[in-house]
Design a protein around this ligand. Sequence first.
Ligand code: RIB
Length: 307
Amino acid sequence: MAKRILVAGSSNIDFLLSTPYIPAPGETIISNGSYAFAPGGKGANAAVACASLGAEVVFCSRVGDDAYGDRLVALFNERGIDTRYIKVDRVEQTGLAVVMLEKNGTNRIIVYSGANKKINDSDVESAFSCYPDAVLTQFEIKPDAVIAAALCAAEDGIPLFVDAGPATPDFPLEKLEKIEVLSPNETETEILTGIRPNTLENCLRASIALCNRVDTKYVVLKLGARGCYIYDGKYCDLVSPFEVPVVDTTAAGDIFTAALTTEYLKNGDILAAARFANAAGALATTKTGAISSVPTIEEINKLLLGE
Ligand code: RIB
């Protein structure tokens, strides 16, 4: 039976703009690429990815009372996501992310939180009345809401999956109750620990530093083109990446953690889940956009089988 995952997180409209390079201060450049407004937000990307990969998803979020908010909620409904716990905020606009995409697939993102900053602990607490099997959250909402998700998960005795993006040095990681999987990318790892996970030794040092700050069963470091690194407090593993033609890395990390969560919940096999997530994250980089780059199970299985 499909697991019910409560995703507590942000919803944004992404303004995607391709650019040959990032302009210097005072410089104006012409992009001869394209632009688009498309659904995104770390919470929304994760919710759609979990649903596409077969989970039953309940999404706790907020959007503004505007056309973008309507568009996002309509999309979540189309994807079979339970939207009962998405509030329409009458004051704040729907969150907006400006995503600048360079030719080599690298992105830089600036987020205007809008309605997302109003997601609070009671929004999250009420969403627990859906009796989830697991919770997945990220740091694009206020720490209080993330802490509430952790507290409720601990009270209900269900696993908590935390995508540590976007990280800030002052995020109160210590306040999170027991985590099943904590998954930061390279930048987030460095922000949270002061250690850049650029070598295996540094991956281990950073993972130990994270385990010293928070009670987590697994740390899974997302290393981009180097795959991912798993640490369980005793043993570590580097899980190899899949080589694919990279077009746009936007949301690859969100999709990685969603795939890891969905697959891990099947039987608790972290290595198999990490391999599945590596494939999902890699496929996400082969298409532009956030939600538009969520792969299907068939695409993931094909890549896993080397077809
Ligand atoms: O991780 C990618 C996401 O970050 C984008 O969809 C954007 O909305 C920002 O939240």
